[in-house]
Design a protein around this ligand. Structure first.
Ligand code: ADP
Ligand code: ADP
Ligand code: ZN
Length: 216
């Protein structure tokens, strides 16, 4: 099964992609994670993307399409993947549809996670992740069971994203509303869209997604 998780920054795409990936043995493909890895490694793509990401704007369609196209050819994607943070523009969605046809793959569903803007700012400014395994946490909404120790890997180092500050969040939200929201119409018209209430707690959102998938 191949899925897209669609939603604004901080909606819970990464959190749900990780849970769903584990439950259904699907590979999580986050363009944000891939771009951050490229920035950290100082590759050509990383150099191109760094400033744009720090400003909370979208990296060019060509760059992200190139990354995703190569990644879904990898053997681990054969049995299914979850796209987290891609596509983010109608142009990306159109190319993705073409790529999937060429690669003989299907898109089974697009799951939209809906959350109000004001909640998103709180979600993002309180977000941090385990530096070792990437598990996501939140100062208020998702604390590790034991303070300072990752539930998943017992790691004790955590990191925060440079773009997770209030000012950059506002420009990321603007980018979402102007460039990404049109995808809801794009996928809605093709009957592939399922929407869930992302304002509820993490496990309730996961349940809604499971229900949506069993209806397919
Ligand atoms: P995205 O990948 O869409 O940007 P994340 O999955 O990283 O979002 O979630 C953003 C922050 O909000 C994280 O700190 C995460 O722990 C927290 N979070 C995710 N889903 C929920 C939820 N349903 N309720 C409360 N907090 C959540
Ligand atoms: P969020 O948690 O806010 O949804 P991501 O980790 O998905 O953030 O993305 C972080 C940044 O990486 C974005 O603000 C953007 O600059 C860049 N990015 C990620 N995916 C894409 C994409 N599909 N198209 C363009 N830019 C992207
Ligand atoms: Zn960890």
């Amino acid at each position: 099964m191949n899925l897209i998780l669609l939603g604004p920054p901080g909606a819970g795409k990464g959190t749900q992609a990780r849970m769903l990936g584990e439950a259904r043995k699907l590979i999580q493909l986050s363009t944000g994670d891939m771009l951050r890895a490229a920035v950290a490694a100082g590759t050509e793509i990383g150099k191109l993307a760094k400033e744009t990401m720090e400003a909370g704007k979208l990296v060019s369609d060509d760059v992200v399409i190139g990354i995703i196209s190569e990644r879904i050819d990898e053997p681990d994607c054969r049995d299914g993947f979850i796209l987290d943070g891609f596509p983010r523009t109608v142009a990306q969605a159109e190319v993705l549809d073409e790529l999937l046809v060429q690669k003989n793959k299907t898109l089974d569903a697009v799951i939209e996670i809906k959350v109000d803007d004001e909640r998103l700012v709180k979600r993002i400014t309180g977000r941090y992740t385990c530096a070792k395994c990437g598990e996501g946490y939140h100062e208020e909404f998702r604390r590790p069971e034991k303070d300072g120790i990752c539930d998943k890997c017992a790691g004790t180092e955590f990191s925060r994203r440079k773009d997770d500050n209030e000012e950059t969040v506002r420009s990321r939200l603007t980018a979402y509303h102007t460039q990404t929201v049109p995808l809801i119409g794009y996928y809605g018209n093709s009957g592939r869209l399922k929407s869930v209430d992302g304002m509820l707690e993490i496990n309730s959102v996961a349940k809604q997604i499971e229900v949506a998938l069993t209806e397919l």
